[in-house]
Design a protein around this ligand. Sequence first.
Ligand code: ADP
Length: 265
Amino acid sequence: LPSANPIRRVNQEITAYAGQKQQEIDELRRMEVFRREFIADVSHELKTPIFSAQGFILTLIDGAVDDENVRDLFLGKAARSLKALAALVEDLLTLSQIESGDITMRLEKYDMQEQVLEVFEQLENKAERRGVALKLVSQYEEGIYVYADYNRIRQVLINLIINAIKYGKENGAVTVTLTQTTKNLKVSIKDDGNGIEAEHLTRIFERFYRIEKSRSKQEGGTGLGLAIVKHIIEKHDSKISVKSKIGEGTQFTFKLQRTEVIEEV
Ligand code: ADP
């Protein structure tokens, strides 16, 4: 074939190459900004519980320790701050582990219905304190088997159900619904809280994103729960979606690969 004007072709290639380099540079810049923002966010989040615990302990050292009531109160508060700090570090480690791609999901077959009930049992006290009823809706008598990472999905359920309890209505209900499709099991977690406005809905999966800072803080979260949930579901080659109606409540839904009922050997 007669070649096109060779000089022009070379020029085009050079332009394409330069364009590619620019793309790489832009990407590196974006990552650098992201990294800097992340470090700033983490430092800020760490500072709060550290300074709080420090404050109580220093006040105790300054003499508050002599009053038995004040001593117990401040020790309790310092302990709570350190517990929040531990939760934050734990969530950060989980998130960085998942994001770095170091971990793979350990897929196994297990009964989802049983897992939901186990998580309910674990969160019973939390739910009771807010008068929230935990309900499982599934039309199946027997087990519903999925192919998923048991521990990671337990984490997903815990994070979503704790949120539903925290941000749901007092004396309300949290409902987990399991629906089978041909290949998948659809899991949805629904609360009857105030709901989430559209402008926030797309952002709640971002790390440290909170809607009402004061209220969310007071509820004792790390702001990382949903970021972790999203990553874990994506690692299962799936997606998580959220629907919300102001004044009515919020529903999170994800799918997992379903397996046929396994026969006991
Ligand atoms: P947090 O530790 O603050 O709960 P998450 O990542 O779990 O962090 O959630 C991010 C934010 O999304 C929360 O601070 C809260 O404002 C909002 N949110 C999460 N779940 C719900 C829900 N079920 N109803 C209303 N708001 C919610």
